[in-house]
Design a binder for this molecule. Structure first.
Ligand code: IPE
Ligand code: IPE
Ligand code: MG
Length: 246
């Protein structure tokens, strides 16, 4: 599939669990962090490719709320990579019309990193070609609890003591302002969600690739998009009902 694929077959919102950096490095007798460095280059390539193919939102899992448990050196390296990456890439993202957003609980990051995130977001806020969401210190459970607390606070402030409904929570979730998640890709061969977009993935199409993230290419993305184009999304209805309305 190329950039000329019919728009309806192109997922509007793609999320990727970029997994396999450590194993890629280990296979080459390199330190794990060498995999993260190359992984960062892949994130840049895939962002560009996704935009060219007509994807409107791309959400990349860069650091989970559980990844703090990794060795101190690895976590420090990843933090440095975020800072330098944001400093280096913000301008070119802006030039390419990409709006950058960071989703997750940022309060745990160093002030310098929080500032870089805010600066990159401010610089690119008006762009419309593609929204790139970087999930950092993100957890799906955190997202749901955070949104629920915000919804609850709003209700209480309005003197409303009724129970929370889905419609109260959804506007406060990360990515609420973006198209629904269509396609969730995980690289690196593991068949699990690892606390990524739990709520948003409820009806996403899932695609698992055994390719390690540093080896992931635009051709692999195209394979995932082509596979997505073959799926029938039923959202609980029968296949016949869906076929009738298409
Ligand atoms: C994913 O690659 C990147 C991050 C979690 C930051 P891993 O570092 O998890 O790579 P593997 O799974 O150990 O190969
Ligand atoms: C998920 O990968 C997190 C990111 C890709 C950032 P992990 O490597 O942390 O997931 P598990 O530990 O194998 O489930
Ligand atoms: Mg991993």
């Amino acid at each position: 599939m190329s950039s000329s694929a019919p728009a309806s077959l192109v997922p509007q919102h793609v999320a990727i669990i970029m997994d396999g950096n450590g194993r890629w490095a280990k296979q080459r007798s390199l330190p794990r962090v060498a995999g993260h460095k190359v992984g960062m280059e892949r994130a840049r390539d895939i962002t560009e490719a996704a935009g060219q193919r007509g994807v409107k939102s791309l959400t990349l899992f860069a650091f989970s709320s559980e990844n703090w448990q990794r060795p101190f050196e690895e976590v420090s390296y990843l933090m440095d990579l975020f800072v330098t990456g944001l400093e280096r890439e913000a301008k070119s993202l802006h030039k390419n019309g990409v709006r950058l957003r960071v989703i997750g609980d940022r309060s745990r990051f160093a002030e310098k990193l929080q500032n870089r995130m805010a600066e990159a977001e401010a610089l690119t806020a008006g762009n419309t070609a593609l929204t790139l969401n970087i999930a950092a210190n993100y957890g799906g459970r955190w997202d749901i609890i955070n949104a629920s607390n915000l919804a609850l606070a709003g209700k209480r402030a309005a003197g409303d003591s009724s129970a929370l409904q889905e419609a109260d929570v959804t506007p406060h979730l990360a990515l609420a302002d973006q198209p629904p998640l269509d396609l969730l890709i995980r690289t690196g061969g593991e068949i699990r969600i690892s606390n990524f977009l739990l709520w948003q993935a409820a009806y996403a199409e899932l695609f698992f690739s055994s390719v390690l993230w540093p080896d992931f290419s635009a051709a692999e993305l195209d394979a995932a998009i082509a596979d997505y184009g073959q799926r029938q999304r039923r959202f609980g209805k029968t296949g016949e009902q869906v076929a009738e309305t298409n």
